[in-house]
Write a protein that binds this ligand. Structure first.
Ligand code: XMP
Length: 327
C-alpha cells in the first residue's frame, strides 16, 4: 500500500544521506512541486535550507502572501523574496509577441534568481566558510520520463519553468520527487501540513499572467486581469467545480475593444476570455461544460467590478487545435 508517511520517512533519510551538513538552496514558484520538495528538504535538514521566491509582478492575486505567510507558517522554512516587478515590466515594455515575452521572462527570471543566489552564497560563505552546494528541484516522475524520451517533436511553445536553470550550473541537484506522480506529491504535501491553497493549486504557467494578456504587458493591465482572475477562481471554487476543471486561464484581450452600455453611458472596453478546460495531462484538453448559472455569476461580477472590462466571452475550443493558454 502506498503510504505518504513512509515516502516522507524514506525521502528524509535519503536527503540527509545526500547532503549531510551541506547548505541547500531552493527556488519556490508558488506551485505544488517546488513547495513540497522544499518542505521535504526542510523536514530533513532544517535551516541548512534557504528558499528564494521571485515576485516578477506576473503572479495572481494573493499568491505572494500565500507563500510568504501561509507556507512559511506551515513549514518554518527560511525564505528570501526578491521584488523584481519593475525589472520585469521594463524588460517587457512594448513587447507583444508571445515567444518574445516568454524569452524575456525566462531570461529575467534566471538573472534574478542567480543574483539572489549569489548574494546568499556570499552570505553563507562569510558566515562559516561553507558554500551552498545543493539545489532542490521539484522534478516529478513524468518529467524524468519525458526528458529521457527524446521524442523529437517540434517546439510549439518554449515552455519556461520557474526554477529552470542554465547549463553551467555547479550545484548538485536534490530531487526528492523524482519517483512520484502529481497526486502523490499532493498527498505528501497534505501529510506535511502544507496549506490547501498551495497543495490543491491548479497548474499555472511559469511566465504567469504575462502570457495571459494579449498585447503589451503593463502594470494597469495586470491589475485588471488579476481582479478578473480572482473573481473567476472564487466563483469556481464556491460552486465546487475545482475538481472538475484542470485549470481555467483567464485572458485579457488588451488589443481588442468593443462598445458596451452601462447606466446611461456608452463604454468602450476590453473583453475577458474564460478558458476552462478538462484534461488528464495538458497534452490534450476539452473545454469544460460549466453550468450556465456559474458562468453568469462570473460574467456579472467581472463586468460590474473590473473597470475597463465590458464583455466576458467563453472559449469553446478543445486542444488541439487550440492550446490551453492563448500565448
Ligand atoms: P499549452 O498552452 O501549451 O499548455 O496547451 C499546456 C500546459 O502547460 C502550461 N504552460 C506552461 N507551464 N511554463 C510552464 O511551467 C510555461 O511556459 C508554460 N506554458 C504553458 C499551461 O498552463 C498548461 O497547463
Amino acid at each position: 500500500d502506498w503510504n505518504p508517511g513512509h515516502v516522507i520517512a524514506d525521502q528524509v533519510a535519503a536527503i540527509r544521506a545526500q547532503v549531510g551538513t551541506g547548505k541547500v538552496i531552493c527556488g519556490l514558484s508558488g506551485g505544488v512541486d517546488s513547495a513540497v520538495a522544499a518542505a521535504l528538504v526542510h523536514e530533513a535538514v532544517g535551516d541548512q535550507l534557504v528558499c528564494v521566491f521571485v515576485d516578477h509582478g506576473l503572479l495572481r492575486q494573493d499568491e505572494r502572501r500565500q507563500v510568504e505567510e501561509d507556507y512559511v507558517a506551515a513549514t518554518g522554512v527560511r525564505l528570501v523574496t526578491v521584488d523584481a516587478e519593475e525589472q520585469f515590466l521594463s524588460a517587457l515594455a512594448g513587447v507583444t509577441d508571445p515567444e518574445q515575452k516568454r524569452k524575456i521572462i525566462g531570461r529575467e527570471f534566471i538573472r534574478t534568481f542567480e543574483q539572489a543566489q549569489a548574494a546568499l552564497i556570499a552570505e553563507a560563505q562569510e558566515a562559516d566558510g561553507d558554500p551552498i552546494k545543493y539545489l532542490v528541484q521539484g522534478t516529478l516522475y513524468p518529467d524524468v520520463v519525458e526528458s529521457g524520451g527524446g521524442s523529437g517533436t517540434a517546439t510549439i511553445k518554449s515552455h519556461h519553468n520557474v526554477g529552470g536553470l542554465p547549463d553551467d550550473l555547479t550545484f548538485e541537484l536534490v530531487e526528492p520527487l523524482r519517483t512520484l506522480f502529481k497526486d502523490e506529491v499532493r498527498a505528501i504535501g497534505r501529510e506535511l501540513g502544507l496549506p490547501e491553497t498551495i497543495v490543491g493549486r491548479q497548474p499555472f504557467p511559469g511566465p504567469g499572467l504575462g502570457i495571459r494578456i494579449v498585447g503589451e504587458v503593463t502594470a494597469e493591465r495586470l491589475d485588471l486581469l488579476r481582479a478578473a482572475d480572482a473573481i473567476a477562481r472564487e466563483e469556481l471554487t464556491a460552486a465546487g467545480l475545482d475538481g472538475e476543471i484542470w485549470q481555467c486561464p483567464v485572458v485579457l484581450l488588451a488589443d481588442v475593444r468593443s462598445v458596451g452600455v452601462q447606466g446611461d453611458g456608452r463604454t468602450y472596453g476590453h473583453p475577458i476570455v474564460l478558458r476552462p478546460v478538462s484534461s488528464e495531462d495538458a497534452m490534450t484538453a476539452d473545454w469544460t461544460r460549466l453550468p450556465y448559472d456559474v458562468l453568469a455569476r462570473i460574467s456579472n461580477r467581472i463586468t460590474n467590478q473590473v473597470p475597463g472590462v465590458n464583455r466576458v466571452v467563453l472559449d469553446v475550443t478543445s486542444k488541439p487545435p487550440g492550446t490551453i493558454e492563448w500565448e
